[in-house]
Design a protein. Sequence first.
Length: 241
Amino acid sequence: MSVLFVSGIDTDIGKTYATGMIAKALMQQGIKVITQKLVQTGVAINPDNGDMNIADDIIIHRQLMNLPLQPCDLDFTTCPYRYEKPASPHLSAALAEDSLNPNLITDATKALQADYEVVLLEGAGGLMVPITEQLLTLDYIADKGYPVILVTSGRLGSINHTLLSLQAIKARGLSVHSVIYNHIHDDSDNTDAEIAASTIEFLQHYLKQHYQDTYWLQLPIQDDLHPVAMSLPNTFIDKIK
């Protein structure tokens, strides 16, 4: 199990922080790990040469991992497709008059697997986001058989979105490696503390009933890009080796 796909119940749910922090925790356990981004939209164009910059999420991953950008970042192996329009990948690619080839992403993942023990592949938005006009994100990962790390939160609606995502993953024959609760929204104006606490309790109970082999993890409350160290259970580590 050298590739884990990191998805979320929605956009802006904390996939990037979760990916970077898990990568850091794995590094601290002596595992050679790299992160990859399926496709990045909303990327600024380099004013010096007109090319697309390195994906923002890859930059955040490296900051969280306390690493400089790696050669595989600089040659865009960790994110081959980057688009300016902050929209669904299929629309961003169309507006850029580009054709996104999923095989190129797969080849990039395989190239990373040759050099690393674990690849954490972060998606764009949720599971049903279209990569192309014909291919949903879930279609792509189901074809590859990647286990899924699902990021959720305590904001209103999260229970519904989490259970729908879990059912979609299960229906495609994929395993849910872990569900990660992100506290980042708990202090925001639109998150009710009672709802957040109830969400945690309900989801933990639901997983124990229906997904006994799925890990429940909570991201430690963090200060911008200086996160509290995240610890992973030994069984979590063993399961991805």
